[in-house]
Design a protein. Structure first.
Ligand code: URA
Length: 435
C-alpha cells in the first residue's frame, strides 16, 4: 500500500481502515513517510473529516508511537483534567492537590502557553526551583508520595504528536476536530489514567468561539475516550471574560494559592470545585457532583489542599516560601492602574483582548522560543456585572517597562465596555457532555 493511495482515499472522502491509519502514521514517525505526504493527508482530513472510529484509531496509533506511563504501582483511581485553554485559566494548579486530598491520584502532564492562552508549566515555574522536567520514575515517585504531580511533556511521550503538531502549525491544518481530538487524547491517555474530565472552553478567549464548535470538539473528545475504555466527562465552560481576577504567570499562581486557601475569586473557585467534583465522580469516590462539592469545599477550608500542594511543590524541588508568603513571587518593575473613565456597570471584559494585553506585557509567547516574564500580566480585573465609579481601577497592569504598559493599554481600553444596564455574566458551565 503506497502512502499516496491512502491520501487519495481520504481526499475522496472514504473511511480509512485501522491498518491504513497504522501504516501511514507508523511510516511518518519512523521518517519513512515525508512531511509533504503527511501534510497532504492532514489537509485531506481537514476537508473530509474522520469517523469516530477512524479518530479513535488515529488516537491509539499516536498514543502508541511512544511511551505510555506505567501507573500500575499506584493503587488509587487515576483521573486527570484537561482544559482546551483560556485566559486566566489557572485551575489545574489548585485542582490537582485538591482532588488528591480525596483519595484520587492526579498524574498531570501539562503544556506551556502559546499565543494568548497561558500554560500550567509556565505558571508553576514562577515558583523558585520547581522542576517541571521530572523523569517518568521521578513523576511516579511524586505521585506515590503526594497523590499528584504536574510535569511537562517528555520526548518519549507521543512523539507522533510532537512531529505532526509542528507540521499542522505551518500547513494551516490545526483547526480540524479529528486532528485536535487525536492530538489531545493521545497525550492525555499516555498518562496512564482511568478517567478524564475535559474543560472545553467556549467564547471570545477560547479556541472554540461558538457553542456548536465547542460541542463538536467535546463530543469528539468524549467519544474517543469512551472508545478507548476510559471514563470521560466534558464540561463546556464560558470563556468570554477571563477566569478569576488575574492573568499572568506569578499573578495566577498567587490567585491559585488564594483558591487553595478558600479565599479565591468566586468564579475560579466555583469552577475548580465543579471540575473537581466531576473528577471524584469519575474516580468512583463520590456518588454525585452534589455529594462531592461539600467534601472538596471542606478540603479548601481545612487547609488540607494547600498543604498537599506544598508537599507536591517540595517533591518537585520547589521552594514553598512563596506559597506561605506570596509577596516573594517575582514582582514587575512597573505597575499601573487602568482607571474607569466614568461610572457604570461592566458590560464586557473581553477575554481575547485581555489575553492580547497580557502577551504584550510579557506574560506570553508569540513563538515557542520566546522567553516569558513571570511577573508580567494583569491583576484586580473587574468582572462583568460589577459596578465601578469613575477613577476606580478596572485592572492593574504589570510589566518590566513602561513601553510594554503603553503597548498593552489600547487592548485593555478596548476590552472593557461600560454601561448603565445591570448585567449578569453567562453561567460558568454551559453544557455537560457524557454521551
Ligand atoms: N491542543 C493540542 O494539544 N493539540 C491540538 O491539536 C490543539 C490543541
Amino acid at each position: 500500500m503506497l502512502p499516496q493511495w491512502i491520501i487519495e482515499k481520504k481526499r475522496n472522502g472514504e473511511t480509512l481502515s485501522d491498518e491504513e491509519v497504522g501504516l501511514f502514521m507508523g511510516g511518518y514517525v519512523r521518517g519513512e513517510i515525508p512531511d509533504y505526504q503527511m501534510a497532504a493527508l492532514a489537509m485531506a482530513i481537514y476537508f473530509k473529516g474522520m469517523t469516530p472510529d477512524e479518530t479513535a484509531t488515529l488516537t491509539r496509533v499516536m498514543m502508541q508511537s511512544g511511551e505510555v506511563v506505567d501507573t500500575s504501582s499506584i493503587r488509587l483511581p487515576k483521573v486527570d483534567k484537561h482544559s482546551t485553554g483560556g485566559i486566566g485559566d489557572k485551575l489545574s494548579i489548585p485542582l490537582a492537590p485538591l482532588v488528591a486530598c480525596c483519595g484520587v491520584a492526579v498524574p498531570m502532564i501539562s503544556g506551556r502557553g502559546l499565543g494568548i492562552t497561558g500554560g500550567t508549566l509556565d505558571k508553576l515555574e514562577s515558583i523558585p526551583g520547581y522542576r517541571t522536567g521530572l523523569s517518568v520514575p521521578e513523576f511516579i515517585r511524586v505521585l506515590q508520595e503526594c497523590g499528584c504531580s504536574m510535569i511537562g511533556q517528555t520526548d518519549r511521550i507521543v512523539p507522533a504528536d510532537r512531529k505532526l503538531y509542528a507540521l499542522r502549525d505551518v500547513t494551516a491544518t490545526v483547526p480540524s476536530i479529528p486532528l485536535i481530538v487525536s492530538s489531545i487524547m493521545s497525550k492525555k491517555l499516555a498518562e496512564g489514567i482511568d478517567g478524564l474530565v475535559l474543560d472545553v472552553k467556549c467564547g471570545r478567549g477560547a479556541f472554540m468561539k461558538t457553542r456548536a464548535e465547542a460541542r463538536a470538539l467535546a463530543e469528539g473528545l468524549v467519544g474517543v475516550g469512551r472508545a478507548m475504555g476510559k471514563k470521560v466527562t466534558a464540561l463546556i465552560t464560558a470563556m468570554d471574560q477571563p477566569l478569576g481576577r488575574s492573568v499572568g504567570n506569578a499573578l495566577e499562581m498567587i490567585e491559585s494559592i488564594d483558591i487553595l486557601r478558600g479565599k479565591g475569586p468566586a468564579d475560579s473557585t466555583e469552577l475548580t470545585l465543579l471540575l473537581g467534583s466531576e473528577m471524584l465522580v469519575l474516580a468512583g469516590v463520590a456518588p454525585s457532583v452534589e455529594a462531592a462539592l461539600p467534601v472538596l469545599r471542606s478540603k479548601l477550608e481545612s487547609g488540607e489542599a494547600l498543604e498537599r500542594f506544598k508537599k507536591m511543590v517540595r517533591g518537585h524541588g520547589g521552594n514553598t516560601e512563596v506559597i506561605d508568603d506570596p509577596g516573594r513571587f517575582p514582582v514587575a518593575a512597573v505597575r499601573i492602574d487602568f482607571l474607569a473613565p466614568g461610572s457604570g456597570v461592566v458590560q464586557e471584559a473581553d477575554a481575547e483582548k485581555i489575553g492580547r494585553a497580557s502577551l504584550v506585557l510579557g506574560a506570553g509567547r508569540a513563538k515557542t522560543t520566546d522567553v516569558i516574564d513571570p511577573a508580567a500580566g494583569l491583576s484586580g480585573l473587574v468582572k462583568i456585572g460589577e459596578r465601578v465609579e469613575a477613577g476606580q481601577p478596572l485592572a492593574t497592569l504589570h510589566a518590566s517597562t513602561r513601553e510594554r504598559i503603553e503597548a498593552a493599554l489600547p487592548w485593555v481600553r478596548q476590552a472593557f465596555v461600560m454601561g448603565e444596564e445591570p448585567v449578569t455574566a453567562s453561567a460558568l458551565v454551559l453544557e455537560r457532555i457524557t454521551l
